[in-house]
Design a protein around this ligand. Structure first.
Ligand code: M6R
Length: 352
């Protein structure tokens, strides 16, 4: 059942501290500053291709960025595009990111990769799923069953699993910090859930024409995911943009009736640049909702702040996403939408 919640989606959002703890348990050795991903640590890929659809594609974009950060060429592909024109695969490891393990497009992409001789790895939630059975290797995200059509806790677990895989396959000098942040992640997510003011934000902007989401680097996939969640359960127009793209077209859409969610964590170059974009939308009178850990001065330009605890860049993405899940959920709830079964959508898309 829904364990006292109004919707499965709400239950699953609130379950994230537990589902993340489950996915991390026995996989992080904090004393040694290492992660344990078993034999997958020896795959030693020359390059990585990730294939996925929807929310899982956003996780794949994040995973690709992590491998690239560690010096391994990596790219995420929409599975349907990949399957219809597979790129050269060489010695690349091909990772299928699929919660259900049954998405037809993702299975086709993985089959195309295998037929070209690639080694394949399924990152999935479902034990014994088709992807788990057909791939050479499998890594379970261990999120537990997800009933809501909108993927929430499984996205958090996918990001975390890809973090573990990238760290385990390609160790780097930054691992200690990001492993410590992984240890704190479940408690940090709990803090977001306990303190979020996303419901007030949802209330204030209920009548908006559209919702925009801006992110850069590891926060770019989170911006895409925030928009997907908003559109699928509220039926409102929502778009996620790479913050740097704003001036190349999307800025034309920005008005006083299009709230902009800006993902700004840390105080580095990326935060500074995204704050530049925030100033641009503010100058067009758009309401700004900053999702921030308070390390930069983005609050000065924001109408609302959704706070996340300070963390590493990798885990900051997971934490920021929880605020966007809540913003979408509360908007849909106030609009009286069919949150667990949005119109026209199915939990698992088993036809191409
Ligand atoms: O089971 P999969 O992860 O392969 O599903 C892929 C997409 O259909 C899925 O992520 C979809 O976009 C989400 N349910 C949307 O919330």
């Amino acid at each position: 059942g829904k364990a006292g919640y109004d919707h499965f989606m709400q239950k699953e959002i609130n379950e994230q501290p537990r589902s993340l703890r489950q996915g991390l348990s026995e996989r992080v050795d904090e004393l040694a500053g290492e992660v344990d991903i078993g034999d997958l640590a020896y795959l030693n890929p020359r390059g990585v291709q990730l294939v996925a659809c929807g929310t899982s594609y956003h996780a794949a974009l994040y995973g690709a960025a992590l491998f690239r950060e560690a010096g391994v060429p990596a790219q995420a592909f929409l599975a349907h595009e990949y399957a219809s024109a597979p790129p050269p695969v060489g010695d690349d490891l091909v990772i299928g990111v699929t919660q259900s393990g049954e998405t037809a497009d993702t299975l086709s992409a993985l089959r195309a990769a295998r037929s070209k001789g690639a080694t394949t790895l399924a990152v999935t939630n479902v034990v014994g799923s088709t992807a788990a059975r057909e791939c050479d290797h499998v890594f379970y995200i261990k999120a537990g069953p997800e009933i809501g059509v909108a993927a929430t806790k499984t996205f958090a677990s996918q990001l975390t699993a890809l973090n573990l895989l990238a760290t385990g396959m390609v160790p780097t000098k930054d691992d200690r910090e990001s492993i410590a942040a992984l240890r704190d992640l479940p408690a940090d997510v709990q803090e977001v859930l306990d303190d979020s003011s996303a419901e007030a934000v949802a209330e204030e902007y209920l009548d908006s024409d559209a919702y925009f989401f801006l992110g850069r680097g590891l926060q770019y996939p989170v911006a895409l995911e925030g928009a997907l969640k908003m559109k699928e359960i509220t039926y409102k127009h929502a778009e996620g943009f790479a913050a740097g793209e704003l001036k190349h077209g999307p800025l034309a859409l920005v008005t006083a009736n299009t709230p902009v969610f800006a993902l700004v964590t840390g105080d580095g170059e990326q935060a500074r640049k995204t704050i530049g974009n925030v100033k641009e939308v503010e100058a067009r009178d758009a309401p700004v909702v900053a999702v921030t850990d308070g390390q930069s001065d983005v609050e000065r330009y924001a109408d609302h702040v959704l706070t996340v605890p300070e963390s590493s860049p990798r885990t900051a993405a997971v934490l920021s996403n929880v605020q966007l899940q809540l913003a979408a959920y509360h908007t849909a709830a106030k609009l009286g939408r069919s949150i667990d079964k949005p119109r026209n959508l199915a939990k698992s898309v088993t036809v191409e």
